[in-house]
Design a protein around this ligand. Sequence first.
Ligand SMILES: Nc1ncnc2c1ncn2[C@@H]1O[C@H](COP(=O)(O)OP(=O)(O)OP(=O)(O)O)[C@@H](O)[C@H]1O
Ligand SMILES: [Mg+2]
Length: 411
Amino acid sequence: MALPSEESSFCKLIIDRNLVERGELELARARQKEYEDQGRRVPLAQVLLEMGYVTKSQLRRLSGGLEDSMARPAEQIPGFKILNKLGQGAMASVYKAKQLSLDRTVAIKVLPKRLSENPEFVERFYKEGRAAARLNHNNIVQAIDVGESGGYHYFVMEFIDGKTVYDDLANGKPYGEEDAIKIISQVAMALEHAHERGFIHRDVKPKNIMLTHQNIAKLADMGLAREASDHVAAAQEAGRAYGTPYYISPEQIRGEVNIDHRADIYSLGATFYHMVTGRVPFEGATPSAVMHKHLREPLTPPDHLVPTLSSGVSEVVEVMMAKNRNERYGNCRELIQDLELVAQGRPPLMAHKGLDQETLRKLATGDQVPQDDELLDDEADVVSPPSWTLVVILVVAAGVLAILNILQLFT
Ligand SMILES: Nc1ncnc2c1ncn2[C@@H]1O[C@H](COP(=O)(O)OP(=O)(O)OP(=O)(O)O)[C@@H](O)[C@H]1O
Ligand SMILES: [Mg+2]
């Protein structure tokens, strides 16, 4: 569908400003097309608003060319000299700054006023921010400080000179298997460190994985994630209906209260899927259609989409993305072990831990192994049809023998 030129520059602007993801934009354009087919011409901005991808105030700022309301408060943070704006997320702006006392470059995330005025949110922001500052891992963007200035709350963190995985994917090119494994393994190590210390990220996605020029992966927004991914909070506080639905775990969609570290394993699996196939695991015309698929639709195995992928990497992704968290990796250590095996071209053993020893031996020696769907089949332990046939034959044979014995008694 050809877009009027003002709409195509609008699309570019909202993508540049990081307000919506490309996938979301495509969904909105599909919806717009549906309206057009029904004879209604609805502006894209209105469709985006209706689908909960942007808020009214975001649209006002875009269309009115208003000054970015975040720039001024950020300039006033004492002890820091703001250098430039690094990016804009759904909920906050991020600036590059110089921390004057230590003469080092940092990144500062500044919350918008509407969040700064919500006491409950601010309390969580401080509590989690301070806790995150105690984490220390080479693959986690180091949280440094939380503070407030002129009524704006901010989060100071390590500055990462690089790009996000999302930036690469937005260029439309999937990662090679080897590169993807290296990145996912580093993020799994970051998550292992956090999980062991009681943290759950809750918003693992390509936009929250940064890559340095040396290709070190850094997981961002640890300690900030809960607010960003919680649907209800996001809807209330940011006016957005949902966070991105492409990487969210089924239990988060169901709004379960006892979310655990396995939700992060699912989201990392969905990110892995996107990286190696170039496609999100589930697409749909609306966010709720996408979420419904996370809950119900079987995953198309990555190697069915990209036949050059190894079956090992495909199995790892499938186990990470099991809809039932009991069927996922129990923890990131197991996942890391399998990624190491797959990187060496060997089968992922932890993915098969539910299998009998014989199957494991066959996998290890490269003998013929069962098909993927047999490996992960819940009902693998149920007696299979050939066994039933055997039982019936034995019962019939026993019956015939018994009758013959009885006949013998009368002869
Ligand atoms: N520590 C950092 N160092 C350098 N750049 C950063 C850092 N943290 C974030 N950024 C940049 O700022 C952008 C906005 O980050 P932010 O966390 O606010 O939103 P997001 O994760 O991109 O998206 P969303 O708000 O939808 O979760 C990022 O995409 C990234 O480009
Ligand atoms: Mg982020």
